[in-house]
Design a protein around this ligand. Structure first.
Ligand SMILES: [Cu+2]
Length: 108
């Protein structure tokens, strides 16, 4: 009987540990999924590697300085109206080491 109670207590505390971990993971992935808005100039479109290089302005929301960097896109159709040299408004999410492009449009 005593042993049964011990087992139950261990199972209970394991469940608590796992749910705290799950909550922390959910919170950090929610932070990473923040949609970030930015502006810049398209420098290169690399269809082979699904990357678009953009010289973007500073992004205060995530404390980024202005820089030229590559954004990953899911589908070439996202860039059908975009060409090198265009001034663009765009949005992206951070997924681990990648900045994944969500929307991009020529500034008018
Ligand atoms: Cu950057």
């Amino acid at each position: 009987m005593r042993r049964l109670i011990q087992v139950a207590l261990i199972a209970c505390s394991l469940t608590t540990i796992f749910s705290v971990q799950a909550a922390e993971q959910a919170a950090s992935s929610a932070a990473q999924q923040q949609l970030v808005q930015a502006q810049g100039v398209v420098k290169e479109i690399d269809y082979q590697n699904s990357k678009v290089s953009i010289a973007h302005q500073a992004i205060p929301a995530i404390s980024w300085p202005a820089m030229t960097m590559r954004f990953t896109f899911a589908s070439a159709s996202q860039l059908s109206a975009i060409k090198v040299g265009d001034q663009v408004n765009f949005s992206f999410v951070q997924q681990g080491p990648l900045a994944v492009l969500k929307n991009i449009a020529v500034k008018n």
